[in-house]
Design a protein around this ligand. Sequence first.
Ligand code: ATP
Length: 213
Amino acid sequence: MRRGIFGGTFNPIHLGHLRTAEEVRDACMLDSILFIPSGNPPLKEADLAEAGHRYAMVRRAVESNPYFDVSDMELKRTERSYTVTTLLELREEYPEDELFFILGVDAFLDIPTWWQPGQLIRLIDFIVVARPGFDMAHAVRSPLLEGTASPLSLSSSSPLRLEGGRTALFLPVTPLDISSTAIRRLVREDRSIRYLVPESVEEYIRSHGLYRG
Ligand code: ATP
């Protein structure tokens, strides 16, 4: 089974996440995509909804798609949660599966600042999606790529090699300039978020009074 892993804060999940995941599933012939909302950080961050709320919104957002699922594995951890730990657990849970880590180009460029990036890029193959406001061409500067890549090589349909032997496929998807930050701002300003998030998520945010300030 080819399984996509889509991690994020999902604060809240929006249609940019959902459409991106659907296009990746289709283009990369994945059998399923597992959304993994991050847990509560040790220090409370302003504007970050409780992990339980973020998980509940993802669950509502994915329930009508038979290929999508959500995991609470990062919520359950009491210690600080790292992507490396999550991926090691997933490899144990799905030893037969081919796993692909899905992330936006902004997040991919950030990996060197994550915990144990060298180990992370040796654990899994990556599918890196374009995102409005972030130039895909900048990805060639990533120190994680093996050798020197040209911007042209990013548009190839074959994946590029990463240091350590894993690969990263760069995938253009329908550009949807939606961010959780913008959604939180709209809620705070009492403006509409309709058609930016699924109806069930809009309703959840309203009924729980999230992101009001
Ligand atoms: P925030 O605005 O709070 O930073 P976000 O909208 O970037 O949040 P995250 O939960 O941080 O959402 O994102 C999870 C993953 O989804 C990241 O890899 C990010 O690059 C990707 N992503 C988020 N929004 C989009 C989008 N509109 N198109 C493509 N990828 C996206």
